[in-house]
Write a protein that binds this ligand. Structure first.
Ligand code: FE
Ligand code: FE
Ligand code: ZN
Length: 375
């Protein structure tokens, strides 16, 4: 059974809050930012309900969780103040991570801005050397995240991560976070050749260096260098490929974290699909949702079948249309999942269900019939 969870909130009562939220989704792991990802304001970690949170984790057999460093850290910057702030703040984050007892802190390696990739790689390695020299007494690994390659970010290929690692003295303290959306957007074909991609990773970096998996579908085709996450099954990667990652025998020991967007028509009604996504990937649909839910999915399948809407064709054709036909996109920019929701809404299929409940059923429908047969 894979260890699957999602990004959860560390606000208010810190780890207690985070663990309790993770429980509501049926998670067996989770990921937190120790504060707002966009800034460096942090409450003292001693006040973040660590013991209380750990008690909840223990009760629900969550033995490994993940911390994500904030985006503002850029070790690739040539600007002295940006670089120094990044080094100092990352060290503080590592100390907080160590205090919680977490093994991996995920880090976006950095961006080279006005310089070039070679400069960025060397600068990031310089920063990591400085950071690690100052936190030798901790047990935390820095998990360099594979990136989509938007803008000037480093980490868009396994080779770039390997180059950084080669230039870092204490690279036994470096691991890797593999993000499915990012590597797909960077050009790796995890849909048709997951084993080939993992083999390549093994050759260039070594599978033993993997510390964390991020499970996200993508709103863009392979190689687009974009980095926009989609709920599982609603993007270009598709549920089957995501399921292959989550249940791959070589990845079972790793914490797997969903960073899929919350969905809903209005900002206020947006809800995460984590519970359905986790139940699907861990083969626990029945246990989590029970009979009526699955009947609803059958009804969706019947209705959309009558309209000759095939789950995978519909998603891919809609994304193709939005990508290639600017006029059509301008006339109707709705993404596949929203269009499906609107069809069900027009047909008044589930007048007593909330938007969130309908979307959960759609996420399960988007996983395909095989999953239902197994449920
Ligand atoms: Fe990330
Ligand atoms: Fe990620
Ligand atoms: Zn991303």
């Amino acid at each position: 059974m894979p260890k699957i969870g999602s990004h959860v909130s560390f606000s208010d009562k810190g780890l207690l809050n985070a663990a309790e939220e993770a429980v509501t989704y049926g998670s067996s792991t989770f990921m937190i930012y120790t504060g707002a990802p966009q800034n460096t304001r942090r409450k003292p970690i001693e006040e973040q309900f660590i013991e209380e949170g750990k008690a909840v984790m223990e009760k629900h057999a969550m033995n490994e969780i993940v911390v994500h460093a904030p985006y503002i850290i850029n070790l690739g910057s040539y600007k002295e103040d940006t670089f120094e702030l990044a080094v100092r703040f990352l060290q503080e984050e590592i100390r907080r991570t160590d205090y919680i007892g977490v093994r991996n802190i995920v880090l976006h390696p950095g961006a080279y801005t006005d310089k070039d990739a070679e400069y960025g790689i060397a600068r990031i390695a310089e920063g990591l050397n400085e950071v690690l020299a100052g936190v030798k007494d901790t047990n935390v690994n820095i998990a360099l995240e594979t990136m989509a390659g938007k803008g000037t970010e480093i980490g868009r290929s396994f080779e770039e991560l390997a180059e950084i690692m080669e230039q870092v003295e204490f690279n036994n303290k470096l691991s890797v976070c593999l993000d499915t959306c990012h590597i797909h957007d960077a050009g790796y074909d995890i849909v048709n050749d997951l084993d080939g991609v993992l083999h390549h990773f093994d050759k260039v970096i070594g599978l033993e260096k993997l510390g964390v998996i991020h499970l996200n579908d993508s709103k863009n085709p392979r190689g687009a260098s974009k980095d926009r996450h989609a709920p599982l099954g609603s993007g270009w990667i598709g549920f089957e490929a995501m399921n292959n990652v989550a249940n791959h025998e070589k990845l079972q020991h790793l914490p797997m974290i969903l960073e899929t967007p919350w969905i809903g028509k209005a900002d206020k009604t947006q809800r995460p699909m984590y519970e359905a996504e986790i139940a699907l990937l861990s083969g626990n649909l029945n246990g989590r949702f029970g009979g009526e839910f699955l009947d609803h999915v059958e009804r969706i399948d019947f209705l959309l079948g009558k309209k000759e809407i095939h789950y995978r064709d519909f998603v891919l054709n809609t994304w193709e249309l939005l990508k290639n036909d600017a006029k059509a996109k301008k006339a109707d920019g709705r993404e596949p999942l929203e269009r499906l929701y609107d069809i069900l809404h027009e047909e008044n299929l589930f007048s007593d269900l909330s938007e969130e409940q309908i979307n959960q059923r759609l996420i399960v429908w988007l996983a395909g019939k095989d999953i239902l047969k197994k449920a």
